[in-house]
Design a protein around this ligand. Structure first.
Ligand SMILES: [Zn+2]
Length: 323
């Protein structure tokens, strides 16, 4: 058993409550490799933003939990030395079982998400409650989920939104004692994004659902998943260097910013936008250096492009810089 406190990490709840009071969102950046982790840490240090580092349950399998743990510890060490006043949490993204959550808590995670959203309401309550019981003994924060987002998630494709029903949120939160909740309000995971209206305009996120939840549960933090903006300049870059990505529309920056500023959304996950930035830079570097064999020829530009992307997210979407 390794406690997150020994790694210099903090329970994410205090970050979320501070964001709630001050109308911004804490960035929750997913990483799948070392360069992405370095880019996240460097961007947050430059922007003076506290952050939540995230590894999905799949990434814990891909890297091995030992690597995730030690890489996060290295990140926390760099933050403590170079990021004055910056606090950092480590969250499991989309844990699907009690065992996965327990394993992460035992390996120094300071927060876990248990995603029971595909289960029945009662089963979701039961599994979330079990995770909260274990996590609270170790001072670890828990994120639950109600409502299913459309899009790609852990290899599965969900079509159509199953919006979070505000009338059952209070019951879910009271029965589980969960610290924060991911809600489905029109965002989508992966590269399956919003369809424009017939007149070409983009449908709005369901701000009505967000404000109803805020009225019912004042002070309770919400989480947005699947809110990648899918910046057209990266899609064009990927396609002009041999990629083949269909034109998809992400969630406009202004809408996600509005959610961070005006609603109870206190944590916004960023995964796909980071990968898209990295892929664009890798494709360009490989095409422009056809004889290069040292991976740093493409890893270095990828890291730099991700730093740009994360800084832009902190400035334009989260509003968390200097907080
Ligand atoms: Zn998600």
């Amino acid at each position: 058993m390794i406690s997150y406190k020994d790694l210099g990490l903090i329970n994410s709840k205090s970050l979320l409550l501070q964001a709630y009071e001050n109308n911004y969102a804490v960035p929750a950046f997913n990483f799948v490799c070392t360069e992405q982790l370095q880019a996240i840490v460097e961007a947050c240090i430059i922007e003076k933003s506290s952050f939540i580092l995230q590894a999905s349950a799949n990434v814990c399998k891909y890297m091995g939990i030992g690597f995730v743990h030690h890489l996060a510890a290295a990140a926390a060490d760099k933050v403590s030395r170079e990021g004055k006043g910056i606090r950092m949490a480590l969250n499991l993204d989309h844990g699907l079982s009690l065992e996965e959550c327990v394993n992460c808590i035992d390996h120094g995670f300071s927060a876990v998400m248990i995603d029971g959203s595909a289960k029945s309401f009662q089963e979701n309550i039961d599994i979330t409650k079990q995770v909260v019981e274990y996590a609270s003994k170790h001072g670890v924060a828990v994120e639950g989920e109600l409502g299913v987002l459309s899009g790609q998630e852990e290899g599965q494709i969900h079509s159509g939104h199953n919006y979070t029903d505000p009338s059952v949120v209070v019951e879910f939160v009271q029965k589980t004692n969960v610290d924060c909740l991911a809600v489905s309000v029109g965002t989508s995971h992966g590269m399956v994004k919003i369809k424009p209206n017939p007149d070409g305009s983009l449908p709005e996120l369901r701000f009505d659902i967000l404000s109803e939840i805020r009225n019912k549960l004042p002070g309770f933090p919400l989480v947005l998943h699947g809110s990648s903006c899918i910046y057209p300049e990266y899609v064009e870059m990927i396609n002009s260097y041999g990629g083949k990505i269909e034109t998809v529309r992400g969630i406009p920056e202004e809408q996600v910013r509005r959610a961070a500023r005006e609603t109870s959304v206190c944590k916004i996950n960023v995964a796909s936008d980071g990968w898209i930035a990295a892929t664009a830079a890798v494709r360009k570097a490989l095409v422009e250096n056809p004889s290069a064999i040292d991976p740093r020829f493409f890893l270095y530009p990828a890291k730099n492009e991700m730093i740009n992307l994360y800084r832009k997210k902190i400035q334009n979407v989260m509003g968390s810089g200097g907080k």
